[in-house]
Design a protein around this ligand. Structure first.
Ligand code: IMP
Ligand code: MG
Length: 180
């Protein structure tokens, strides 16, 4: 029997269970460690707020030495569709010559990733790798290696495991899909 939860005006049904998420997160951690096998250290950029839970679980399973940076990225203004403008704040690290790992919760229109890449493009970084818990490939043109993507989704709206609807639902251990 599938359960349904309500967050404000919307109903959600369970879509990806916590143990399925754990399996994908472990696989991504392993693939990323392999990707960075030959580098001394990496600089992660975690996009807040949505990626906090994915990043915490992912990083704890990785062995690559890393510096951790967090930036606040907002493009959804409390609704279920992305607004045009992305605001990024909180960059603190020097990135010149560094291997960057961007940790995203979900790539939807791709505007957030494009804005991040734009910030990094003049910084003479050594490399840039993107990992995302989810991606909605039909919505964007970002090229991202599938081994670093947790789940490829159709254009559905989801909450849980860090993701919100109007700031609610981030603490759910699984991923829930909107059915309204
Ligand atoms: P993009 O800039 O359109 O790629 O959107 C990226 C950001 O929008 C993500 O980092 C999320 O914070 C938010 N977002 C996109 N899709 C969803 C969703 O289905 N549920 C909750 N937040 C989402
Ligand atoms: Mg985000």
């Amino acid at each position: 029997m599938s359960s349904i939860i309500r967050i404000q005006d919307l109903r959600f049904t369970e879509y990806v269970k916590p143990d399925e998420i754990a399996v994908r997160v472990s696989a991504i951690a392993k693939a990323l460690d392999e990707r960075f096998e030959s580098v001394d250290s990496i600089n992660t950029i975690i996009t807040l707020k949505g990626a906090f839970m994915f990043a915490a679980d992912l990083i704890r399973q990785m062995h690559t030495p890393m510096f951790i940076d967090m930036v606040k990225a907002s493009s959804y203004k409390g609704g279920v569709t992305s607004t045009g403008t992305v605001t990024l704040s909180g960059f603190t690290e020097e990135y010149e010559g560094k291997h960057i790992l961007i940790i995203e919760d979900i790539i939807d229109s791709g505007r957030t990733i494009h804005a991040l890449l734009d910030v990094l493009k003049d910084k003479n970084i050594a490399s840039c790798t993107i990992t995302a818990l989810c991606s909605k490939p039909s919505q964007h043109d970002i090229e991202i290696s599938q081994e670093f993507v947790g789940f490829e989704l159709p254009p559905v709206f989801i909450v849980g495991y860090g993701l919100d609807y109007r700031e609610m639902g981030r603490g759910l251990p699984g991923i829930w899909r909107c059915i309204d």
